[in-house]
Design a protein around this ligand. Structure first.
Ligand code: DGL
Length: 269
């Protein structure tokens, strides 16, 4: 483990996910914190994270954390519900940067919604971990939480198959299954899923779906501000890295993020 002084305002905020999904989070953070420096790592080689074991997720994440530490990140955003759900507890005290896990950071806000039944769409690993259920229960034991794994959605987003008839039918079938529980709201509990918001809202009211990244971004801003770590310089930079196929990453990200050039290829051994 590397111990560095990463508590400098001008140091970057780093994001990671298995692919383009974390861009839905970074996009929202950038909107409210435009004067920050940003790093992004998409672990496309190991995607989908939602089908990986805890040991695998720990191995991938620790290599990424180490890289971010070396790059001087002042904060690392776990812009991935799967790693937040499965490994956050194991890594939370290991690093010298601020660490923000999406699930744990937004569950209190979700638990206070004036509703009784909430659905969670997420990866297999997130659903099997029970993290959303557990975290919401801490603040509101009477809220009924219905978790549902959507096995094809990450692939649809990463392969840019959003306009495909088969993809639309798959998303609709998964939504129909969830709607049988009569949820009042449904959380898009995987950072890839907001890419599917247009398809989902063809079949249910758009305001039924919650992208937790909105509250997550506010949470991060508030916490960095409280720690006096917000940057105020106007010259900023952003750097993107992926572990495979930079070209596909740029194409798939288009809807949420206009990358000026393809990300750098960086594989950890
Ligand atoms: N986007 C990630 C999440 O929020 C992981 C998706 C995957 O690779 O399975 O869970």
């Amino acid at each position: 483990m590397t111990i560095l002084d990463n508590k400098n305002k001008t140091n970057p905020i780093a994001f990671f996910d298995s692919g383009v999904g974390g861009l839905t989070v970074m996009n929202k953070v950038k909107k409210i914190l435009p004067c920050e420096n940003y790093l992004y790592y998409g672990d496309t080689l190991h995607m989908p994270y939602g089908e990986k074991s805890k040991e695998q997720l720990l191995k991938y994440s620790e290599a990424i954390f180490e890289f971010f530490a070396q790059k001087g990140a002042k904060a690392v955003v776990m812009a991935c519900n799967t790693t937040s759900s499965v490994i956050y507890e194991d890594v939370k005290n290991k690093y010298n940067f601020k660490l923000y896990p999406i699930v744990q950071s937004v569950s209190e806000i979700l638990s206070k919604l004036p509703i009784e039944r909430i659905g969670i769409f997420a990866t297999r690993a997130t659903i099997e971990s029970g993290a959303y259920q557990r975290e919401i229960f801490k603040y509101n034991p009477s809220m009924k939480v219905f978790g549902q794994h959507c096995p094809d959605w990450v692939h649809i987003v990463e392969e840019n198959l959003l306009k495909d008839k088969k993809s639309i039918a798959t998303v609709k079938a998964d939504l129909d299954r969830m709607l049988k529980n009569n949820p009042e709201k449904i959380v898009l509990g995987c950072t890839h899923y907001p890419f599917l918001a247009d398809i989902l809202s063809e079949f249910a009211p758009r305001d039924m779906f919650i992208d937790p990244a909105v509250d997550f971004a506010e949470f991060i801003k508030k916490d960095l501000s409280n720690a006096n770590l917000l940057n105020d310089t106007e010259q900023t930079y952003e750097e993107f890295f992926v572990s495979s196929n930079p070209k596909q990453f740029k194409i798939a990200s288009e809807m949420f993020y206009k990358l000026e050039k393809e990300p750098n290829l960086l594989i950890f051994e």
